[in-house]
Design a protein. Structure first.
Length: 114
């Protein structure tokens, strides 16, 4: 599975962005789909995930502000980000897992100005 993320950019604090990840193969067969991010000088962290097609999980830092969604028909995974803060600035990566296989897309940069 090849993943390609898009939608990053520069936004002011309090604004919104929608990231999208397109998959070359079917998302339906993937047990976990997720968004991660990596800020400068920090480790990559999980932002949100969908497990088994229906269980959504969010990191505490984005809960209530971000929404993850998947469209199996279009093979896309989206991340709606609202009320963005400067500490949301990072490179965002989409991720998918099938069994022991882990797939990563190239990241998309999100910069939130104060």
């Amino acid at each position: 599975v090849q993943l390609q993320a898009s939608g990053g950019g520069l936004v002011q604090a309090g604004g919104s962005l929608r990231l999208s990840c397109s998959a070359s193969g079917s998302l339906h067969s993937l047990s976990v789909v997720a968004w991660y991010r990596q800020a400068p000088g920090k480790l990559r962290e999980l932002v949100a995930s969908i497990i088994s097609g229906r269980i959504e999980n969010y990191s505490d830092s984005v809960k209530g502000r971000f929404t993850i969604s998947r469209d199996n028909a279009k093979n896309t995974l989206d991340l709606q980000m609202n009320k963005l803060r400067p500490d949301d600035t990072a490179v965002y990566y989409c991720n998918a897992q099938r069994g022991s296989l882990n797939f990563w897309g190239k990241g998309t940069l999100v910069t939130v100005s104060s």
